[in-house]
Design a protein around this ligand. Structure first.
Ligand SMILES: [Zn+2]
Length: 479
């Protein structure tokens, strides 16, 4: 597989950055060199810098954000004396429901000079309500700066043609300001976001609701250098195209928004013949982290502070899976402090084989937010089924196209599968054996069901787990 080497260095990143030519009006910008240098600084120095930024946000919140005033007092936190991360642990986690209910009091009553409110960005969730956050100008600019950082890490050459397959609400509007029609495709002169600052090649897009055959024809005819899509879309393309996927000539693939399972990665990378890159971001915060080729998610420490914590909000030991909690450092318009993302990730420690020194976390384990409203034990049961499905010997799951674990209202499970050829009897036997070995009595019933298609969620994604115990997610405009 033609993939970039795992290890990198300051020199190697500088070399890569040379492909990126700023447009004449922006040649004086120093932000990109600063971001690059930060990636290899002494970790202790990065930690000190983050503490200073955290202290600044805490002091600002205490003075200008009514929501936090009571909260800090209750926690006995004196913002003028704060030293940053250690004091943060005294504060309770900020839930999505709190952000939804306190939109007014979470807004700053005044902003520092030069800072302006930019606009609201939201995300959907199982609660059926949007979590909307007001971003500042600075926070919004960070989105573009960090987009460039991640594309450099992914080794995308800005002279190439970039193509995205997404839901129509996430594409730029038409020239008339209209939302792109479902299933449509388009082409523009410059890459999105980074094309405002840098010389770039063209940008093409097609809506994920276009039939698969049309997406394939479009890919063949567009012949992009780089492709961004949902993991489930990539997997479908990889499956349908088979080894011919490599003939499209895509040099970089970037999977967004959903979790990419090991099986999806295996199939996509195998048929496209290149490594798939991923990031972790939230509309409420912006870009949080990028996955390096060693498999760690490195945090954009200039933009946010990440904690992996247990149920009591205390830091997890390395190797343990905990809640992914983020504090925004660049958004004073509506500061989120210890925001509980609803996702789970593994805590890691020690130097990363990639050579970057930015703080990091390991694999993201499931999208915890979908676990809201489900019966106790659901998280473990779903985890057990996913591991069983994905750790199977290849001769058992080679014909599996897609799966969806469905929890029914009574707590029982149906695993829906789409298959290329009938599955061997060992497939179900393997699942049942794992299920009985790992899940204690009373065990929910488990059934396997072959279906022709697995329906997309309202936002156009395939989800590996859905529960009838949870209200449906709504489709919302996202960045
Ligand atoms: Zn790394």
């Amino acid at each position: 597989m033609a993939s970039a080497p795992i290890a990198t260095s300051l020199e190697r990143e500088r070399e890569e950055q040379r492909h990126w030519r700023l447009l004449p009006d922006f040649r004086q910008m120093t932000q990109f060199e600063a971001l690059l240098t930060n990636e290899f600084r002494d970790p202790e120095e990065i930690g000190r810098q983050q503490d200073q930024e955290l202290a600044r946000v805490l002091r600002f919140a205490a003075a200008r954000v009514p929501f936090y005033q009571g909260r800090f007092a209750e926690a006995g936190l004196i913002p003028d004396d704060t030293t940053g991360s250690r004091d943060l642990q005294r504060l309770p986690l900020l839930t999505k429901a709190e952000v939804q209910e306190n939109g007014k009091t979470l807004r700053a009553t005044a902003l520092p000079k030069g800072e302006k409110a930019f606009g609201w960005f939201g995300s959907s969730g199982t609660t059926g309500r949007a979590t909307r956050v007001l971003h500042s100008n600075t926070s919004n600019w960070m989105f573009t700066f960090l987009e460039q950082r991640q594309l450099r890490w992914f080794r995308w050459n800005p002279k190439g043609l970039r193509a995205d397959i997404r839901v129509s609400t996430q594409f730029p509007p038409t020239a008339e300001g209209q939302r792109r029609p479902l299933g449509s495709s388009f082409k523009q002169d410059r890459w999105r976001y980074v094309g405002r600052l840098f010389e770039t090649g063209g940008y093409a897009g097609i809506c994920v609701t276009a039939p698969l055959e049309r997406q394939i024809a479009w890919l063949r005819e567009t012949s992009p250098d780089y492709l961004m899509a949902y993991p489930s879309t990539l997997e479908r393309l990889a499956f349908d195209l088979g080894p011919a996927a490599a003939e499209i000539g895509v040099r970089g693939v970037y999977a967004i928004s959903e979790q990419m399972t090991a099986a999806m990665r295996h199939r996509t990378e195998g048929n496209f013949g290149i490594a798939v890159d991923e990031n972790y971001g939230l509309n409420e915060i912006g870009r949080v982290a990028q996955r390096c080729r060693a498999g760690r998610y490195h945090v954009n420490a200039e933009h946010c502070f990440v904690e992996i914590v247990d149920d009591e909000g205390r830091p997890c030991r390395p190797g343990k899976i905990g809640r992914l909690v983020v504090t925004a450092l660049r958004n004073l318009a509506m500061p989120l402090i210890r925001y509980e993302t609803g996702d789970l990730a593994m805590a890691v420690e020690g130097p990363c084989p990639c050579g970057r020194t930015l703080p990091a976390f390991g694999t993201i384990h499931g999208r915890y937010r979908r676990m809201a409203y489900t019966p106790d034990g659901t998280s473990l049961q779903v985890h057990c089924l996913k591991v069983a499905l994905e750790s199977m010997p290849r001769d058992l799951n080679a014909n599996l196209r897609q799966y969806q674990i469905r929890q029914q209202r009574d707590g029982s499970y149906v695993i829906q599968v789409t298959v290329a050829e009938p599955l061997p009897p060992g497939f179900e036997a393997w699942l049942r054996q794992r299920w009985e070995a790992e899940i204690a009595e009373p065990r929910p019933d488990l059934a396997l069901q072959r279906v022709d298609t697995i329906p997309l969620s309202p936002s156009g994604k395939t989800e590996d787990f859905v529960s009838e115990c949870a209200p449906p997610a709504e489709a919302l405009p996202q960045r």
